[in-house]
Design a protein around this ligand. Structure first.
Ligand code: TYD
Length: 142
C-alpha cells in the first residue's frame, strides 16, 4: 500500500460492487479484503446533511476509506497536494477507495443523501490533517 507522503489521487479508485438483483430489488454485500481492499474496523454514515453544506475538509495519515452513496448523490473532491479530481457518487453499487494522504471534501449533497463510509482504523483525531496548508507542505516536502 502506498504511504501518506507518496500517495496520489491516481492511487484512489472507483470500485464496482457486486449486485444480486431480482424483481423485489437489489442486494450489495461487502466483504473484508475481497470487495473492500482492506480490513474494515469502523463503519459510519452521514445523513440529514442540510442543503449547501460540505463535509470532510481533511486528510488522513494512515486511514483508508471506502465511500458509497447508499442513497442520493454527492461529489467527493480528492486532492493529493498537486492534483485534484471531482468524483460524483450516485449509485449504491459504486464505491470510492481513498488511500492515506489524500485531502477530501464531500460536496453537493442531494436531498436525503446518505454517505456510507467504511474505514480501516478506529477513530483517532491524531490521524487527521485538518489544515490544508500543512497538508500541502508535508506532501510536497522533498
Ligand atoms: P469529521 O471526521 O471531521 O467529519 P466529516 O469529515 O464528515 O466532516 O468528524 C466530525 C466530528 O465527529 C469530529 O468531532 C470527530 C467526530 N467523529 C467521531 O467521534 N467518530 C467518528 O468515527 C467520526 C468519523 C467522527
Amino acid at each position: 500500500m502506498v504511504g501518506e507522503i507518496n500517495s496520489t489521487i491516481y492511487n484512489c479508485g472507483i470500485i464496482q460492487l457486486p449486485r444480486i438483483n431480482n424483481r423485489a430489488g437489489n442486494i450489495t454485500s461487502l466483504e473484508n479484503n475481497i470487495t473492500i481492499p482492506f480490513e474494515v474496523k469502523r463503519v459510519y454514515y452521514l445523513y440529514d446533511i442540510p442543503g449547501g453544506e460540505d463535509r470532510g475538509g481533511h486528510a488522513h495519515k494512515e486511514l483508508e476509506q471506502f465511500i458509497i452513496a447508499v442513497s442520493g448523490a454527492f461529489d467527493v473532491l480528492i486532492d493529493d497536494g498537486t492534483n485534484k479530481k471531482l468524483v460524483h457518487l450516485d449509485r449504491p453499487f459504486i464505491g470510492l477507495h481513498i488511500v492515506p494522504g489524500i485531502w477530501r471534501e464531500l460536496l453537493n449533497f442531494s436531498s436525503g443523501a446518505v454517505s456510507l463510509v467504511l474505514a480501516s482504523e478506529k477513530y483517532d483525531e491524531r490521524d487527521y490533517y485538518r489544515d490544508h496548508d500543512e497538508f500541502k507542505l508535508i506532501k510536497n516536502a522533498e
